[in-house]
Structures are given as structure tokens and as C-alpha cells.
Ligand binder design. Sequence first.
Ligand code: PMP
Length: 392
Amino acid sequence: MTSPLMSVYNRAPLAFTHGEGVWLHGDDGEAYLDCVGGIATDALGHAHPTLVAALTAQAGKLWHVSNIFRIPEQEALAERLTASCFADVAFFANSGSEAVECALKTARKYHAANGAPERIDIIGFDGSFHGRTYAAINAAGNPSYVEGFGPRLPGYIQVRFGDMETLAKHIASPTTAAVILEPVQGEGGARAFSGEQLRAIRATCTAHGVLLIHDEVQSGMGRTGRLFAHQWFEEAAPDIMAIAKALGGGFPVGACLATAHAASGMVVGVHGSTFGGNPLAMAVAIAAFDEIATAPMMAHVRVIADILSTGLNAIAARYPDLVVDVRGKGLLVGVKLVSNNRAFMALARAHRLLVAGGGDNCVRLLPALIMSEDEAREALVRFEATLATARA
Ligand code: PMP
């Protein structure tokens, strides 16, 4: 049967009828332990009662108006976000890619509005992923994202991950506008910058008047055990940050956050969105924020992350023929395999465990932050059983 869908996805032959917490119920009648979490999106699990209540209450009142009016729910969410990080202002979008687009535009516009229009270059890292829109694919470090999509956009430069010397040279260039990085790379294979690297990049950017953009679309909203991954480190905060995914707990919403200074070029008329920040998305995101951004939830994430990383490291030691290493931060976990992560994902499904793929031959575990200790142990049992089958 030919599919009426554009065939851009490598889809598993499995659909789900409903979910609850970290469990997904397949149309094959089986219950699957979900360590994909909608790729780090379903932070509160499936059908979280608080989110369901927020969505249904708002759905009965007002879905959409327009950004030509005040939207009090946007102000309420922006207040929460800016109070919990370096930022002063927020722009709401519908996805991670859109949040990244806004971040890149904010950076270039800042220089244009402040007497340095020649500063256009955006420095990115290999292994990075920033979305599938044109600017996002050009900013990313994987050339396959841009292949066949016409000429590369000018003004995007890639630096090898960890090559701090070349990076410093680019930052010192008078045509550089901004550096964009994921504090913990997600799609690239759960690869984290060290605190030392993040601080050094921050300091070098500041010294040269270059803006620093963090893409925390995947690492943000509590995934690493802090609300934002860069908050593990002092003096590492960016000027601009893109977030999405867990921000809406599964409802499409993204945001670009910035200091007032970095956003000084973003004046009336230079950017916008029809749907961005609509009351429905805002109501769910406010409810999600209030569940996620608490000290007990962050402490819980660290406990579950510790169980997973300790357990996976022990498993890796028992399967040195199949596992290279375990990496990542918090509940953004990567297990680098010796070969073929796609085959592993299919085998894991046979053990009713759902894991995501990732660059560098990784499988990623990105479960909901609300995963229980028992569920984390169950994930480890199924992960090891999958390896045992792979070895057999
Ligand atoms: N940035 C990062 C770090 C991401 O992981 C993703 C999505 N995987 C994006 C941007 C793009 O987000 P979206 O798919 O919502 O456009």
C-alpha cells in the first residue's frame, strides 16, 4: 500500500491508542515502557491530569485570538520563565525550530540596531541540531541536513566540538554575531559541554561583544535536573535561549528568551507569529511549568537519572562487546553502541521498551521526568534483556 504521507520519517510499524504516565498502549494490545517521551517532550508523562484539566478548561473558554491583542496567559508564562533564568523577555512560538529562528534573528538584529550590521556570522558546532527550518539547518553541524536544499545560507560557520582554539578565533572576528550551542547535544548523541567550556565560551563572547545563544529545546525544562542545563554552572548563562519540547508537556509551544539588552533590536513589526503564544498553548504550558519548576521535581529527576546512569554503566560493563559508553546529563541519557542502533531499537520494542535513536550510533533514553524508581529499574531490566537478545 502506498502511503499518502511524505516519506521523511523512518517510522516503527507501531501506533498507540492511549498513554498514562510512562506507559504507552500499542494498537497490538501491548503496554510499552516509554523512554522516548516524545523525544524529550512529554515531561510529565502521558495524560497528566493537571495538563488535561488545564487544556480542557481553556478549550471551553478561548482557543485563539491574535497577537494584535494582549494575551494575559502569555504574560503569566513569560513572568514565570524570566523569573527562573537570566532572561528579561520572551517571544512565544510553536516549535523548537521557530524558537531557534527567533533567537538567530534576535542576535543579528541586535548588531544591526546597535551600529554593527557587519556582524552577521553565526558560529555553530558539529554534532548540533537546531531544527529543520532553513536557518536551523544551516546553523547545525551536520551537513546532511542541508544537502539538496540549495546553496548554504551565507554567514554560518561550523566549529569542531571541543575545538576551543578555533572557536576563540571565530568569536574574535569582527563579523561574528553569535555563537549557538546546545549545552547538552541531544540529536548529536547526548554529548555535554563541560562547565569549564561553557564558562570559557561565555567569557570570550562577552569580551568580543558577541551574543551567546543556548538551544535548550531538548536539555531545558528540567531534563537535566535543573530547570535549564546551563544552570548547573556559574557564569555560563547565555544572552538568548531557545526552548520548546517539554515547555508544553506535549502540546506544541516554543519560546525565545533573551535579556532586554540582547532583544533591543526586536521592536514592533520585525517578527511575529499567528499561532505563537495562543491561549490554549499558554494554559497548558503554565500548568506544565508549575509542575516541573519545583525543587522536589528537580530532586526527583536527579534520583531517577542516578538510577539510570548507575544501572546503565553496570550493564555497559557486562556488555563491552555491544556497548561503547554511557553519556549525557540527567534524563538526557545516551548509550553509544558498537553497531546499529536502529536494530537495537527494534529489538527493544520486542521487549516492550521504547528508546530513541541519536547521532554517533547512540540510543537515547528521554523518559518523562515523573518516571518512578521502580519504572527506572524496569527500564534497566528491559534494556539489558534487549542486549542479551542482541548477543544471542
Ligand atoms: N533544537 C534542539 C536542540 C532539538 O532537539 C530540536 C528537536 N529535536 C529542535 C531544536 C527542533 O525542534 P522542533 O522539532 O520542535 O522544531
